[in-house]
Design a protein around this ligand. Structure first.
Ligand code: GLC
Length: 742
């Protein structure tokens, strides 16, 4: 863990100057102007209605969102700075989640790259493009840990693992905010949704979360801690109820953890109208009490609601909210504005920034798409396809030529004209050598079987290979779009079955915003690529992978259940007192109906699903094979404070050069609280030539073994530890070490 008091990464100006300027400005502000800074209004539908101008002149608005017309934004900044009493510039927020114009893969797909440098670059591209429209604040990264693919917002997340999500959260913050937050093209980031949102009951969005403090600290809070240590400028509270106290009114989160323990000095914004929703939750009886609870808990700014503007003044005048706490909230907001350099330069000059959707932006989007695709299956090496050996290719399915769908969720500003679909890319790549026949077969992913299936089957029968493009449209994931059944929608499985019957090779490429339960099709296809929603350049990325111009290198950032009833299922689970193993459990298809009660395996499994996912966290195949050998450590007896090197040899025993994500896992088998059976503690993406062996070294510090114990304090305990290295969480290549008490 990095130093919790690490200086914020982005101080565009000298700290003292900023604090002096904040305090000087505060002394000049009226209570109404202070409350104005705590209010963010929706500019709505990309225009700036007249009512904003009046509010700006009166100093009643400190921030806006959802305005992307640079001339309108500059006019709002001009009014705020030239026609209001104190001339305080505006924060201009937008959901720039995975790209602005040149859309990159959804964050869950970017997580599958396991490539922080590439993820950072994608965020940097997004920041540059958004800044050209006058945006200076994005509501990203979304870093809610999620172990439930029914939840639609898993699409925006960085997956199920703390270590991976933390590393990529930092990369995104650095990409958005740059080295200098006040530089042209840098925008403030916003770590969201604080906290525990991904634990929504049954994966229903906005549903209740009940998370014990040890789980909250060891899992859900850690990515936010990493983002704060990396200097994230803002946090956003979650809509959700956390252990009976909604996050937007949760003083434990917003003051004890975020301010007292982590020393965060940025500001906290509510989610959309989530302050007034405290009444709907049943925490308050009206907007005034909601304003009281949120301000007391530590929400500095209200997004798209009027609880603060309507009631904070009366709460201060009644002595229920101190002017000191208002000043603290306003100082947090002003500090961010000074760090952004807005007082010196609030106006956007697009000519100072690169053109949007330029070659660099599109190449970054393509690289991210290429490295995000995970090859789940490749029987008899049916992939890569060889154009020279193919006369005809059947391209079938509702997502082969869906330029908008491949962009994924949260693409308010994505330019669909930039999308290159898989069909388009295949035609340009191999259209001269082979006859590419396209049959949509289904109007959309939820369509039922129809006579169009017959046309698809005929095309498959007459072709050398069929490539099926299946999955979900982008609208089936994202906010408020959870699914209780995560099979392929509609009759897609029936289409796969019909195509399989032709006996021709079948490759499936699936686009979706979540893991799907693929059990009913996985054995009916020869090869299976999971492409998430790959963004504007998903087509060329997929075509290059299908024809071996690139080798698949993505790894799963989230477990794929066999069936929805297994959820939650994740790799870093606890061992339980009765861990299952394949040799001691029965399966529903071989149970003697008179079997004795205790004869089926008394352990933690499902009779009809077993206990393992269909595809494990960290899984991903390549066009070559990697052998892992000789895991070793620079020392096997450690004392607290030691740092050791864990090394492993990775040999490319196949015939093509490729990249592999080498993963390091650790287990603490005995501790004062039960610990996961494995925890990711390192990963490195390496390039290995055929026949080459590379040695990969990981640095492991005893602090990396720490966890929050029974007393809620971070602790590292002595004892034996197990260490694995491999290409997936299922690796068995293991060594051990011992940590002495001192
Ligand atoms: C939404 C989302 C949040 C987003 C905000 C502004 O409801 O929960 O992630 O940033 O409102 O669009």
């Amino acid at each position: 863990m990095t130093n919790m008091n690490a200086p914020l990464a982005n101080r565009g100006n000298d700290v003292n100057t900023i604090e002096e300027r904040v305090n000087t400005l505060l002394t000049q502000m009226t209570l109404a102007e202070k409350i104005g800074q705590m209010s963010q209004l929706n500019a709505g539908d990309g225009y700036a209605p007249d009512y904003l101008a009046d509010g700006l002149r009166a100093g009643r608005i400190g921030a806006v969102l959802n305005i992307v017309d640079v001339a309108a934004v500059n006019e709002l900044q001009r009014i705020a700075m030239e026609e209001s009493r104190l001339g305080i510039p505006l924060l201009v927020g937008r959901d720039v989640i995975h790209g602005f114009k040149a859309v990159a893969p959804i964050p869950l797909g970017q997580a599958a790259t396991w490539n922080p440098n590439l993820v950072r670059e994608a965020a940097h591209v997004a920041a540059i493009e958004a800044a050209a429209s006058g945006i200076n604040w994005t509501f990203a990264p979304m870093i809610d840990i999620s172990r439930d693919p029914r939840w639609g917002r898993i699409a925006e997340s960085l997956g199920e693992d703390v270590f991976l999500a933390s590393r990529l959260a930092v990369a995104m913050v650095e990409g958005f905010q740059g080295e200098d937050l006040s530089a042209t093209g840098s925008i403030a980031a916003c770590a969201k949704h604080f906290a525990g949102y991904g634990a929504a009951e049954s994966g229903r969005d906005y549903a209740t979360t009940d998370i014990p403090e040890s789980e909250l600290r060891n899992v859900y809070l850690r990515p936010f801690n990493a983002a704060v240590d990396a200097g994230v400028a803002t946090l956003m509270t979650s809509f959700s109820d956390l252990n009976g106290v909604p996050a937007t009114g949760n003083e434990f989160l917003l003051r004890q953890v975020l301010r007292e323990e982590w020393c965060f000095d940025g500001f906290v914004v509510s989610d959309w109208d989530s302050i007034r929703q405290l009444q709907i939750h049943g925490l308050t009886e009206n907007d005034r009490e909601s304003a009281y609870e949120a301000a007391t808990a530590g929400v500095d700014m209200e997004m798209a609601g009027d609880a603060y503007s309507g009631h904070l003044a009366e709460l201060v005048e009644a002595g229920r909210i101190s002017i000191g706490s208002i000043d603290t909230a306003v100082a947090n907001i002003l500090r961010a504005k000074f760090r952004l350099g807005l007082f010196e330069n609030a106006f956007t000059k697009p000519e100072e920034l690169p053109a949007v959707a330029n070659g660099w932006a599109l190449e970054t989007a393509k690289q991210a798409a290429t490295q995000s695709v995970v090859m789940l299956r490749n029987e008899h090496n049916v992939l890569p396809l060889a154009a020279a050996e193919l006369n005809s290719i059947a391209v079938i399915g509702p997502l082969a030529d869906a330029p908008y769908q491949q962009l994924g969720t949260w693409v308010f500003d994505g330019d669909v004209e930039l999308s290159v679909t898989p069909l388009q890319a295949l035609r340009s790549l191999v259209g001269d050598a082979a006859d590419v026949r396209y049959v949509r077969a289904m109007e959309n992913s939820r369509s039922r079987a129809s006579e169009a299936f017959d046309e698809a089957v005929a095309a498959a029968r007459d072709s050398d290979v069929t490539i099926l493009f299946l999955g979900e449209e982008s609208i089936l994931s994202g906010e408020a779009h959870s699914r209780a059944d995560i099979n392929l929608p509609g009759d897609q499985a029936e289409l796969v079955r019909r195509i399989r019957e032709t006996g021709k090779p079948v490759v499936a490429v699936i686009q979706a915003g979540r893991p799907l339960t693929l059990t009913n099709i996985v054995d009916q296809v020869d090869a299976l690529l999971f492409a998430w929603h790959p963004g504007a350049m998903g087509g060329p990325a997929i075509a290059d992978l299908l024809f071996g111009i690139e080798s698949p290198s993505g790894k799963l950032p989230v477990s794929f259940p066999r069936m929805v009833g297994q959820i939650p299922i994740y790799y870093n689970q606890k061992n339980t007192g009765k861990p299952p193993s394949w040799d001691n459990i029965a399966h529903i298809d071989d149970i003697d109906t008179r079997a004795p009660q205790t004869s089926l395996g008394m352990s933690a499994f499902h009779l009809d699903a077993g206990f393992t996912p269909l595809f494990a966290f960290g899984h991903g195949l390549s066009y070559t094979q990697f052998e892992y050998r000789h895991i070793r450590m620079s020392a096997n007896e450690l004392k607290p404070g030691d740092e050791v090197t864990v090394s492993v040899d990775v040999c490319n025993t196949g015939g093509v050069a490729a990249e592999e994500v080498v993963q390091l896992y650790v287990r603490d088998p005995v501790a004062s609280v039960t610990r996961p059976v494995k925890e990711l503690k390192g990963f490195q993406r390496v390039h290995v030539e055929p026949g080459e062996t590379v040695t990969v070294d990981f640095r492991l510090h005893t602090d990396d073994l720490s966890f929050y114990g029974r007393d809620g304090q971070l602790v590292t305990e002595p004892g034996e530890f197990h260490v694995w290295a491999g290409g997936s969480s299922e690796t068995q290549l293991r060594t051990e070490f011992r940590l002495e008490s001192r």
